[in-house]
Design a protein around this ligand. Structure first.
Ligand code: CP
Length: 313
């Protein structure tokens, strides 16, 4: 199978084969990072624009570095210093970037569907770097890549996602990717943040955190998305931490080889104790490292790359 997509907008519309192709391409690109000269010329002459209208550390920097490693020219758009502040619309902003011959526009926006909207009128490739509470596809691709590299498979694994599911785009993209790849997904957190409607996607929902961690091969922790919550969803952060935070006592109830994941940014002492975030079972920084290879793969594939077989050449 060859890659066919010009945009990467979500995980929901991808097949398991396409997700696996991104993983395989990322594995091929990861080797580039260990070379003395960490560059390959596959995007030479292409222009990549990071159009981030919401804050980001990991996603923006790793897309920038990924584009540089592929020898593209990269522009970082700063929303705060842009004409969006003067009332220019997102559509006009994007069309102006395309008028400057942008080949790939990577967008993060608080509005669900913003990347899909741009993809309807731009000729440039559009990559979703997070749209509201909807999806964050490259995060799910790097998370599932990390699981596959560590565990050697995904099908049949028990993955528990613990925290604010309702407002999390990471949760939605991970659920789609994990289910397509054959994992069993358990969601846990306060009932206000983990509504049973997620069972319709094919997940197990439980409010018993001990049960949620007991048979997990992976525990993926999510922070409370205060920026998207319109009202208090639980009494206090202290209560949340004591009931749902991953601490030494709760981790003792999990399998000895469980992997601890977190997309970042971490709120230490809330969803995860500091010592657990830094313990040997945590792969949180490995996720960041893998994100670079995954984003190189995505940039390569939406630019016309056919798959991992083209990387070695
Ligand atoms: N995981 C993630 O999206 O982090 P940033 O918000 O820092 O990009």
């Amino acid at each position: 199978m060859n890659w066919q997509r010009h945009h990467l907008l979500d995980i929901e519309s991808l097949s398991a084969e396409e997700i696996t192709m991104v993983h395989d391409t990322a594995r091929a690109f990861r080797e580039v990072g260990s070379r003395a000269i960490k560059k390959v010329p596959v995007l030479r002459g292409k222009t990549v624009i990071n159009l981030f209208v919401e804050p980001s550390t990991r996603t923006r920097i790793s897309f920038e570095l990924a584009a540089q490693r592929l020898t593209a020219d990269v522009i970082n758009f700063s929303a705060e210093a842009s004409s969006l502040k003067k009332g220019e619309t997102l559509k006009d902003t994007a069309r102006n970037l395309e008028a400057l011959n942008a080949d790939i526009i990577i967008i993060r926006h608080s509005a669900t569907g913003a990347p899909h909207f741009l993809s309807r009128f731009l000729n440039a490739s559009v990559i979703n770097a997070g749209d509201g509470a909807h999806e964050h596809p490259t995060q799910a691709l790097l998370d599932t890549f990390t699981i596959r590299e560590r565990k050697g498979k995904i099908a049949g694994l028990n993955v528990t996602i613990l925290g604010d599911i309702l407002y999390s785009r990471v949760a939605r993209s991970n659920i789609w990717a994990l289910l397509k790849l054959g994992a069993k997904v358990t969601l846990c957190g306060p009932p206000t943040l983990v509504p049973r409607v997620f069972e319709k996607m094919g997940c197990r929902v439980t409010y018993d955190v001990n049960e949620a961690v007991a048979d997990a091969d992976i525990i993926n922790l999510l922070r409370i998305q205060h920026e998207r919550q319109r009202k208090a969803m639980f009494p206090s952060l202290n209560e949340y931490a004591s009931l749902f935070g991953l601490n030494r006592a709760l981790l003792a109830k999990a399998k000895p080889d469980v992997l601890i994941m977190h997309p970042g940014p971490i709120n230490r002492g809330v969803e995860i104790d500091s010592e657990i975030a830094d313990c040997e079972r945590s792969v949180i920084l490995e996720q960041v490292t893998n994100g670079l290879a995954v984003r190189m793969a995505v940039l390569f594939l939406v630019s016309g790359g056919k798959g991992p077989q083209e990387v070695a050449a």
